[in-house]
Design a protein around this ligand. Structure first.
Ligand SMILES: [Zn+2]
Ligand SMILES: [Zn+2]
Length: 173
């Protein structure tokens, strides 16, 4: 997914990218990510005077560990992607964009624009935080590790919470 900046800008490139990208390497070593599907990329690429625009959507199917009980949770994550890239050396003179908008343009050093690292960054930003198998997941017993969604273990968990019980009393007043 590489584009030549100068060529895309001068020819006013208009193209659609519909591809699947393997991003499994992003999650290597992460024990909370059980499985990752390919990243579905659906972008419109447009060359303009002075910059190249990529706009569209990324999506990915993930199998993650429930943050309470570690059972697999399937998530379909849709990631909006909209970035503008400009050659680092060039200044854009435009009435169309405010200073602030221009400051959000991503500067590209070489003529070759590779979208992959930007898409990988977006995926990481949109990773679900603390996924749950269900909103009322009971989690694992802190004492014996039994999955409490399956059955209770009979541990006297009141004992485990002794330290916190004192805290609770503190906040009662
Ligand atoms: Zn769970
Ligand atoms: Zn237990």
């Amino acid at each position: 997914m590489q584009f030549h900046m100068q060529e895309a800008m001068s020819k006013r490139l208009r193209t659609n990218v519909d591809e699947q990208l393997d991003v499994g390497g992003l999650f290597k070593g992460r024990q909370d990510v059980y499985r990752t599907g390919p990243l579905h990329v659906s972008l419109r690429i447009a060359g303009h005077e002075g910059f190249v625009e990529a706009d569209g959507e990324l999506s990915i199917d993930l199998e993650l560990a429930c943050s309470r009980c570690l059972e697999p949770v399937r998530e379909h994550v849709v990631i909006p992607f909209s970035e503008k890239f400009k050659p680092a050396a060039a200044d854009i003179e435009s009435d169309e964009y405010t200073e602030e908008e221009l400051s959000e343009f991503i500067e590209v050093d070489a003529d070759k624009l590779d979208l992959k690292p930007y898409m990988e960054e977006a995926v990481q930003l949109y990773m679900p935080y603390a996924p749950l198998c269900s909103a009322d997941c009971s989690g694992l017993c802190p004492n014996c590790g039994q999955n409490l969604n399956e059955h209770s273990c009979g541990c006297d968990t009141a004992k485990v919470d002794v330290r916190f019980a004192a805290l609770k009393d503190l906040f009662k007043e």
